[in-house]
Design a binder for this molecule. Sequence first.
Ligand SMILES: [Zn+2]
Length: 174
Amino acid sequence: MSTDVGPPDGYTDAELARREARDAEVRRLQAAGRCYQCHDQQVAGELLGRETVIATRGPVQVSLAADPRAVGHTIVGWLPHVPDFLALDEAETAVLFNAAREVGLALKAALGCERVYLVTMCDGEHNHLHLQLIPRYAGTPIGSRRLVDPRRPLRDASALTAAVRERLGAAWPA
Ligand SMILES: [Zn+2]
């Protein structure tokens, strides 16, 4: 979810309106002390977009970032509420980071990126621990700026999720 300041680039008016409506709903839920991600699960993905969910396995849910910094920018989310990755025990850490590795390999195979960056921040009070996987493609400069590239509208979500899901295989239920 974007809390970045600055005018978004590359959005159509309809995409921008949808993003602003979604962000406003997130802010409304947060102001009411509610978790927008749990809320979204209750409303079957209406807020974040059910077509963005790639797979769920146990406590891990994999989905496309709503406003990706690169094509295939993916969220490996931890469904229980914990404040950050330090709150996981060793077994939970293995579950989450092994999942991220599997998903990263699937992204690389499905999208042909050169590298997959990983970052986790876990900002805010009502949030879920999540790892962000950001593909870097041939010709894109290396470096930490890739972590703060401008967000872009998510397009072709269904095709992207299908391609990554296919690479993940049967071990990851849709
Ligand atoms: Zn929640």
